[in-house]
Ligand binder design. Structure first.
Ligand SMILES: C[S@@+](CC[C@H](N)C(=O)[O-])C[C@H]1O[C@@H](n2cnc3c(N)ncnc32)[C@H](O)[C@@H]1O
Length: 242
């Protein structure tokens, strides 16, 4: 049995090393990566053993940073990181994703196209293998969200989710992951929404989910507006806390 984990703060050098190790494996900005690490450690401390789930991992750099940060702060991976992806890139953008999404996807020559965000399972596994994580620290879930999310939700029902990170870009992808996984996020858990500002479809899916389920969660902006997040609280009960 382990005692309750408490995170040692990560010093600047360790944070810089993590950012270096995942350079080229993630599209996150430096600020977004630092924020994600901070949220990961707080989530793992709050709900040790509950999963950290990233939906849309591309080359796996952000998930890897969430693992490395735990190792640096706790001496081990306290909350396993689940990585869901098609490992074939994005599905086609659809009308709710907006005109910019369709134009971006059609422009295959643009440097920001990243081959439609495709990275293979073997490539992601090789990236993880650099760090020798233990069995159970990482769970790879290949396949389209529409085919993997319900089974993943069932597997996570008991332990719950400490932090859910949504980075599937499009309306349908975000909607599927929110509907299937958000109910398993622990109270006081966090949902990071990478594409809230980037793509209309993601914002649509978030607003729709909150409205349909009558949820009063506040949508907060990441420090550099590179994404949004929700701190899950059923109701505001503390007058001194917003
Ligand atoms: C922008 S990339 C993710 C970036 C990554 N989190 C990072 O750290 O840079 C979007 C990812 O979502 C995945 N994706 C989007 N929609 C999906 C779906 N419906 N099913 C499975 N994977 C999906 C794509 O394969 C791609 O790897």
């Amino acid at each position: 049995m382990h005692s309750e984990p408490s995170a040692d703060p990560i010093d600047e050098l360790t944070a810089a090393n993590i950012a270096d190790w995942v350079d080229g494996y993630t599209m996150l900005s430096e600020i977004a990566l630092a924020f994600t690490i901070e949220q990961t450690l707080a989530a793992a401390e709050r709900h040790p053993g509950s999963a950290i789930v990233e939906c849309g991992v591309w080359r796996g750099g952000c998930s890897t940073a969430m693992l490395l940060a735990q190792r640096a702060a706790f001496g081990r991976v306290v909350s396993p990181v689940w990585m869901l992806d098609s490992f074939e890139g994005l599905p086609p953008a659809d009308d709710p994703d907006g005109p910019l999404a369709k134009t971006w996807q059609a422009d295959t020559e643009s440097p920001g196209h990243y081959d439609n965000c495709a990275a293979s399972l073997a490539e992601v596994q090789a990236g993880l293998d650099r760090f020798g994580f233990k069995d159970g620290d990482v769970v790879l879930v290949p396949g389209w969200f529409s085919e993997t999310v319900s089974e993943t939700a069932a597997r996570l029902e008991e332990g719950g989710i400490a932090l859910l990170r949504l980075d599937g870009d499009w309306y349908e992808s975000t909607k599927t992951c929110l509907a299937g996984l958000e109910p398993h996020v622990k109270n006081e858990g966090v949902v990071l929404i990478d594409d809230y500002y980037a793509w209309d479809g993601c914002a649509r899916a978030v607003h729709e989910y909150l409205a349909t389920n009558d949820l009063a969660y506040r949508i907060r902006s990441m420090p550099d507006f590179s994404g949004a997040y929700i701190e899950k609280r059923a109701a505001r009960t503390d007058p001194d806390r917003v």
